[in-house]
Design a binder for this molecule. Sequence first.
Ligand SMILES: Cc1cc2nc3c(=O)[nH]c(=O)nc-3n(C[C@H](O)[C@H](O)[C@H](O)COP(=O)(O)O)c2cc1C
Length: 397
Amino acid sequence: MVRIHHFILSLKRRDYNAQYYDHLCHDFLLLKDLIEVCSCFDYDRKMNFYPQFKNMAFQLDPERAHECSLKILERFPGIFHLFPYRKREAYKYSLNRSGLNWPFPVGLAAGLDKDARAISFFENIGMGSIEVGTVTLLPQEGNPRPRMWRYPQETSLRNSMGFPNQGSQIILERIKKSKHQINLGVNIGKNKQTSKEQTSKEYAKLYSLFAPYADYLTINISSPNTPGLRDFQQGDLLKEILQEVQKERERFRTPLLLKIAPDLDETQVKQLIKTSQDFQLNGVIATNTTRISEYGEGGISGSLLYNKARDIRNLCLNETKDNPDFSIVGVGGFENFEQILDFWKNGGAFVQVYTAFIYQGPQLLVDIEKKIDSLLLKSRCSSLEELLSNKKLLQKL
Ligand SMILES: Cc1cc2nc3c(=O)[nH]c(=O)nc-3n(C[C@H](O)[C@H](O)[C@H](O)COP(=O)(O)O)c2cc1C
């Protein structure tokens, strides 16, 4: 422990701007033996390396920091030992509804591990699920850089990535080889060059490729960074996609969700929910990033998105309150337990995070877990599932 402490102090003194990845790899090689020693013990982990890690990463351009971090997570799979985790009694936190079964109510949102390179890391820090992607049929570069910006004061991010990813074949092979137990979602999207006419076939193809290996799939038609993509949220275009995918859903029964934008009016949301229910989707993920013109191109996530996303989620929850087979997966601006509790009080269950995870790291999950424990104690419920099913009790908390 003392060695690790000294090591962390030495990291603080480095200038990571110059040769960030080389430096980090060298440092992590030094750490490797310590990680291995730590891995011999099966105990609750209290160590939190994230503040130091973030300190280094935030000295760099956001996308470069992201790439380097993923490389490190891929190259040093044992690194999760440096982040906090508490052993869990599975029954206590698991949620099971509309075909989704997560051991913990908070999962990782799409876009952070687009190419499915760090599944085991996210599993080992206690994410309830991980959604990889957006995956497109063919590999693509995405939009020109820079395309990711931080707003630390507002604990927000902005991105105009445009689905850079290694493409369905490589990602599929990686998923097949991965020995994960975690609940795995695959978020699918169209290639930039694909015509409107071909789009529905492309989604159907992607669904059939990943359905045998995923716990659920998400149709992404809500990214603001692929020209024309959000048009597919409108009536007939969405129906075309869902009709085409439906044929494959008869072969594979893998649950299917639709991810929607926060920049929709009430009528549009109601229409989307109706269409999703007509096609017996398992639910909707609300929401993707939002456009705020003062900030520039791309989509905003984090605190700046919260109110808008919350209003859309509440509308969705209200529209679907009589359909227990349809889930609203909440995402967009969640950064503390109180916001999650508010979502639960309104009828929600599963939550995803992205931006808050960048700002808070794995401690976010531990904090949420502790707050759930307190709530269970206070309400004298033995599990989260029991608590969420008791609406009256939940409202009083
Ligand atoms: C850099 C970045 C890339 C993203 N890429 C994707 C993506 O490929 N597919 C997708 O469905 N959502 C993507 N998202 C959106 C997130 O999944 C999430 O919906 C959004 O960030 C709101 O959640 P948050 O406020 O917790 O970040 C991305 C978000 C960020 C910040």
